[in-house]
Design a protein around this ligand. Structure first.
Ligand code: ADP
Ligand code: MG
Length: 697
């Protein structure tokens, strides 16, 4: 199975000159293999004629019609309108670009065959710029025999051109030069058709093909290619992992005296799950290769203390540890937590965020560089150019969810210290659905803290319409009289942070008037970080100063990680606007003490059917793992991973949800194939191209 065959450049094809070659390059297509792996994004069904009378908006349909009227409309934009009918109904064809001769072709009485998408128009249904062909009455023109592939496009490249190039590439494929990369016995066992047949099938579906399966992406030929694509992505991540591990790392001795002391000083004992995961981490740290581990645990499962134990092991071995948080508030919180835990053990803890400037910053940087500070907490400011560590042995990234795949990999790169890579511990804010850990996080080992500390009372969630606001306010008052603290969370459409902050300001003012006896604070994303930190401190209080605020009006900035055990009531306005994982994360801010906690989801009525269902899931479940799966079902992987905008993890044919059942096998095969670097490279080159892969390590 060799991958070193010479695959001809696209320039061998008829119709590919210099200009076309450039266009194809823009699609990542350099040779015939690239072209053949430029897979259809979907199919059009032109195999049967539809009656206009049966068409619905959004349908893509082939119709046979006769022209009843064609006219040019002179408005803001000159348009050619052509009224057509087929005896079951009529339709307008609308053209914004047209030639004089076109008007003649479309003269009254002419017979046409049109294909296009049905849209609503001022005078009933329309097709805008349909493909059409004038029919000769004498000759019987057959319809297409099979589904028509539709390709991802680039500017100036028409579907028909791609189809005709593909036809030539398929001829070359017949010559049998493109190697099958999946081992035959596995293909047989898993009933995956072979490569050639699958490719031919996708680009030129046979008339006998099961249309339903094809249109849903469930045909065996499609599944086989999806399988190989998932394998390619998996291999890339395994490859990155191997590369890092090959660099070698720092071998730490097992936890010793400091850790003992730390555990003795701790106000609680670790849960069984915390102990198990800590032991997994300790074993990783004792190996000569860098650890690459993901720790998942539900909100409040106690991930921080697990990170602290890992940091201690680094310190015991005379190495530094860095903990990176996604926000300043969280960095601040970790800092005070780690300081309280570590300073009694004579370990120096430092903090670096964007807001620490001037002399103080300089001093911090000096202390990190000469090793005077052993544990460093910060935001992503930690991984800026100017930051030098003395000997970074462990990098902890908390609440990983906020960082995309690329960002995660580039952080890894920056955390590197010379030749060797520090150990890496990545902690997620909320559980990640299994299919996503098996794909997007395939480069990491995974530990799960599947147990909450004892004595937690599950949060009681109530779904309530916002016309009951007065009742909600009474409830808040009652809670505060009982010396509980309350979060009031304002949400708005996420794109508009400014509006969200404004809403929070208005709400805070209203609540101050409605609840004059309460001390009400406000926190939102547009405040300076020092202000935010100060407000959080007032809400939380310290060991020698009780909390000053009863109620905190907040935007979703408090979403992640904030820990105020006495806060036991949370109101979330317009929860229907947030994803389930985000709601769960927010709700996790309460229910941290032993008193019964409440979360009131105050929606704006009326709620859509799916909105109602989503809030019901929140009401019925407190289990982050269950909620994560539902969230994935509802929003899809792009949203859940936070990669929709960046275009990461976009597959040509695979679909993480539809093809989830393939992932086990992909994982199994990837482990085998990754031993064979030639084969492994052939697979990834085929699917991900030569240059653009995840990160460059
Ligand atoms: P998360 O997993 O959401 O990051 P934290 O690490 O912030 O959770 O822990 C939440 C709270 O639970 C903190 O107040 C922490 O001190 C406390 N906690 C952690 N582990 C235990 C335990 N084993 N027993 C009791 N309380 C614990
Ligand atoms: Mg946390």
């Amino acid at each position: 199975m060799s991958s070193s065959i010479n695959i001809p450049c696209v320039s061998v094809l008829k119709g590919v000159g210099a200009a076309m070659q450039i266009k194809l390059e823009r699609l990542g297509i350099e040779n015939l293999q690239d072209l053949l792996f430029h897979l259809p994004i979907r199919y059009q069904d032109r195999t049967s004629l539809r009656n206009i009378g049966t068409l619905r908006i959004g349908d893509e349909a082939l119709v046979e019609v006769s022209v009843s009227l064609t006219e040019i409309k002179f408005g803001k934009k000159k348009t050619l309108l052509c009224r057509v009918s087929d005896g079951t109904g009529s339709l307008t064809l609308r053209f914004f670009h047209f030639s004089a001769s076109q008007k003649n072709t479309l003269s009254k009485g002419k017979k046409l065959r049109c294909f296009g998408e049905v849209r609503p128009g001022p005078n009933g249904l329309e097709m805008v710029h349909p493909e059409y062909k004038a029919l000769d009455e004498e000759i019987d023109t057959p319809v297409e025999q099979s589904l028509t592939p539709v390709y991802p496009m680039t500017e100036g490249l028409q579907q028909n051109r791609v189809r005709s190039l593909m036809a030539q590439a398929l001829l070359w494929l017949e010559s049998g030069e493109l190697p099958e990369l999946l081992p035959e016995h596995l293909r047989k066992r898993w009933q995956l058709p072979e490569l050639h047949r699958s490719l031919v099938f996708l680009h030129a579906p046979s008339p006998q093909a099961d249309r339903e399966l094809m249109l849903n992406g469930m045909h065996p030929a499609q599944r086989r290619l999806a399988f190989e694509e998932l394998l390619a992505h998996h291999l890339t991540l395994l490859h990155l992992r191997k590369k890092i591990q090959a660099q070698g790392g720092f071998r730490f001795n097992q936890p010793a005296q400091l850790s003992q002391q730390f555990l003795q000083n701790l106000a609680f004992t670790l849960t069984g799950a915390q102990q198990r995961v800590s032991a997994e981490i300790a074993a990783d740290l004792a190996k000569p290769q860098p650890m690459l581990r993901l720790v998942q645990g539900d909100v409040g499962s106690g991930k921080t203390v697990v990170a602290a134990l890992a940091a201690l092991q680094a310190v015991e071995n005379n190495y530094q540890a860095a903990i990176m948080a996604p926000t300043e508030i969280l960095a601040e919180q970790h800092y005070s937590c780690f300081k309280a835990w570590f300073e009694p053990l004579n370990i120096k803890v430092g903090m670096l965020t964007g807001k620490i400037k001037g002399k103080k910053r300089e001093q911090q940087l000096k202390d990190y560089a000469n090793g005077d500070v052993q544990v460093i907490v910060g935001t992503h400011a930690l991984f800026q150019e100017e930051v030098r560590f003395y000997n970074l042995g462990l990098a902890v990234i908390d609440e990983q969810h906020r960082f995309g795949v690329h960002q995660r990999l580039s952080l890894r790169e920056k955390g590197r210290d010379g030749e060797r890579s520090p150990h890496q511990l990545i902690m997620t804010a909320t559980p990640i659905p299994r299919t996503l850990t098996m794909s997007a996080y395939a480069d990491l080992d995974c530990s799960v803290i599947d147990e909450l500390p004892p004595g937690r009372t599950p949060v009681k969630t109530v779904v309530i319409p916002d016309d009951k606001r007065d009742k909600v306010i009474d409830r808040v008052k009652l809670a505060c009289e009982q010396k509980r603290q309350v979060y009031w969370v304002c949400t708005l459409i996420e794109e508009s942070e400014a509006l969200q902050c404004q809403a929070a300001e208005v709400t805070a003012e209203q609540l101050k008037q409605q609840l004059p006896e309460l001390k009400i604070g406000l926190i939102h994303g547009r405040m300076k970080s020092a202000e935010k930190v100060a407000i959080m401190a007032k809400f939380k209080g310290t060991s020698d100063q009780p909390a000053e605020l009863d109620l905190l009006v907040a935007t979703t900035v408090i979403e992640v990680g904030v820990d105020v055990p006495n806060a036991s009531v949370m109101i979330i306005e317009n929860p229907e606007r947030l994803g389930l994982a985000q709601l769960h994360q927010l709700r996790g801010r309460v229910g941290r003490g032993s008193i019964e906690s409440f979360c009131l989801l105050m929606y704006r009525a009326p709620l859509s059917y799916s909105g109602k269902q989503r809030l019901q899931i929140m009401r019925d479940s407190n289990d982050g793992f269950v909620i994560a799966e539902k969230d994935l079902e509802i929003r899809g992987p792009g949203e859940v991973l936070g990669t929709r905008q960046t275009g990461e993890m976009q597959f040509k044919i695979a679909d993480l949800q539809r093809d989830a059942d393939l992932l086990e096998r992909v994982q199994e095969l990837a482990q085998q194939v990754s031993q064979d670097s030639v084969l492994s490279e052939a697979v990834t080159r085929r699917w991900l191209g030569a240059g653009e892969q995840y990160g460059h390590v």
